[in-house]
Design a protein around this ligand. Structure first.
Ligand SMILES: Cc1ncc(COP(=O)(O)O)c(C=O)c1O
Length: 436
């Protein structure tokens, strides 16, 4: 644990602090003492030479990348760094439409031209339809929030076409602990891991891995640096080192225990209650990701509230069910508590709401629309207009309409009725559209 030891060594020197940060480690809370800056004995994330470099090499060895980079700006920063490493202004790329907002932000910043693969498309068939000689590469999200993983034949097709492959594996930092073959690192040029989502590191920590030799270390370093503070938090970086230690020394064992706990939870849940775990029928899935559903159409919001009142916190609920993100730090007793609580909840039926997938027409590229003057309209008044902002039902946080797309009547009425959280709007209930 080079970073942990290096940081501890500096702390133990009890330096008279005339360096940043302003709290000088003198706030009576343990965490402050680890909050150091770039001085002798620490290192520099933008140009790592010492304990950060050692940690990066360790991560790269363990994950089998050619080079790995720390992001203290989450997968968000790493995705922006990956996109700017991989693509250039006006490049035509294909992305899974369920991409996180940071992918769209990267598309805007770089002026890229995306084509979309929607949730209900067969990815390989759609790719065959969309790839042209102008296609530069792809950005895919795998696994999805729900644990679905893209098949090997999709990557084999992309490699045959020599396309750049970037994979937002934000939800899959732990996949190799289950099975090496679940991770896209075998195929992709760049893979992004949001460490904090499923590994035991702190919020905001992520890794960008270069997995092939298509991009040089120095070029990738230059690009990820664009999206990071020049004062990265040692508290966060230290937590990556701690997570790596757990990953290396007990990751596989803890993952086996987790999957075993999940399997017996699933058996009991399904034999003793009307709830079940809905694993998708995709060939490759992450069995540690749990979507809990009820046999009837029920009010998951109400169930989630009851679970919280009984001390259980899920990741989120939606009309599809309750989404849970267990990790190797969960214990068998957590699943016992969850089972007990699910046995106690009072379930109310609810009218079935169809899951809607919209494919808005595009009238211009994201960047072009984003930069044009706009006016604010209600959803209904906006029908037929080209929108200049995103509408992102959250969670899971992928946009239903993006700048440059046209508001349809069906989508406007759907949004009028929508009860969940919506992000991306300047004023909720109103959307900015192009001035005529
Ligand atoms: C698929 C996906 N990619 C990227 C991100 C961004 O991750 P971070 O919170 O580490 O910036 C998220 C966050 O929810 C996500 O769901």
């Amino acid at each position: 644990m080079k970073l942990v030891k290096g940081i501890d060594k500096v702390i133990n020197e009890n330096l008279v602090p005339f360096q940043m940060p302003g709290h000088k480690g003198r706030i009576e809370e343990e965490i402050y003492k680890y909050d150091l800056t770039e001085i002798d004995g620490t290192d520099n994330l933008s140009n790592p030479k010492d304990i950060i470099l050692d940690t990066l090499r360790l991560i790269s060895d363990v994950f089998g990348s050619s080079h790995s980079f720390i992001s203290v700006n989450g997968a968000t920063g790493a995705i922006l760094g990956a996109l700017s490493t991989a693509f250039n202004e006006n490049d035509e790329i294909i992305i899974t439409r369920n991409s996180h907002i940071s992918v769209y932000d990267g598309i805007y910043l770089l002026g890229l031209k995306p084509k979309y693969i929607y949730d209900d498309d067969n990815i390989l068939d759609k790719l065959k339809e969309l790839v042209t000689e102008n296609t530069k590469g792809v950005l895919f999200t795998s696994p999805t929030f729900f644990g679905d993983i893209i098949d090997d034949d999709v990557y084999e097709f992309l490699i045959e076409k020599d396309l750049i492959i970037v994979v937002d594996e934000a939800h899959g930092s732990h996949l190799k602990l289950i099975d090496e073959e679940l991770s896209s690192m075998r195929y992709a040029d760049i893979v992004i891991h949001s460490f904090h989502k499923t590994l035991p590191s702190m919020t905001s920590t992520a890794i960008m891995h270069l997995c092939t030799s298509r991009f040089s270390r120095s070029f990738a370093q230059k690009n990820i640096k664009l999206f990071q503070t020049t004062s990265p938090s040692y508290v966060l970086m230290r937590s990556i080192d701690i997570a790596m230690d757990i990953y290396i020394n007990s990751g596989v064992h803890l993952m086996e225990e987790l999957l075993c706990a999940i399997s017996s939870f699933k058996d009991q849940l399904e034999s003793e209650t009307d709830f079940y775990i809905d694993y998708s029928n995709k060939k490759k899935i992450d069995k540690s990701r749990l979507l809990i559903r009820h046999k009837e159409h029920v009010d998951y919001k109400e169930i989630d509230a009851q679970l919280r009142a009984m001390g259980i916190q899920t990741e989120f609920h939606s009309q599809r069910g309750l989404l849970l993100i267990p990790s190797i730090m969960n214990k068998k007793s957590d699943f016992d508590s969850l089972l007990d609580a699910l046995k106690k909840v009072v379930v109310h039926k609810k009218e079935k709401i169809e899951y809607k997938l919209f494919r808005p027409d595009k009238s211009m590229e994201i960047r072009e629309a984003f930069l044009k003057p706009s006016v604010s309209k209600s959803y209904i008044e906006a029908i037929g207009g080209t929108v200049t902002e995103y509408i992102i039902p959250y969670p899971p946080g992928s946009p239903i309409i993006v700048p440059g797309e046209v508001m349809s009547e069906e989508l406007a009425y759907y949004l009028e009725e929508f009860e969940g959280n919506i992000l991306g709007l300047e004023h909720e209930g109103y959307i900015n559209i192009l001035e005529e």
